[in-house]
Design a protein around this ligand. Structure first.
Ligand SMILES: [Zn+2]
Length: 43
C-alpha cells in the first residue's frame, strides 16, 4: 500500500515518505516495499 504518513523504515533506517509503497515485514513493522523480508505471493 501507499504510505499515508511519514515514518521510518526499520530495515534500512531511512525515512518513509507519504505516497511511497510500503509493506509490513515479518515483524509487523512497516518497511519500504523493497526492504521487506516477506516474499510476495504470486498468483
Ligand atoms: Zn527501507
Amino acid at each position: 500500500m501507499k504510505a499515508r504518513f511519514n515514518g521510518k523504515c526499520v530495515e534500512c533506517g531511512e525515512e518513509i515518505k507519504t505516497g511511497k509503497e510500503i509493506v509490513k515485514n515479518s515483524k509487523e513493522k512497516w518497511v519500504h516495499k523493497a526492504c521487506s523480508d516477506v516474499e510476495e505471493k504470486l498468483p
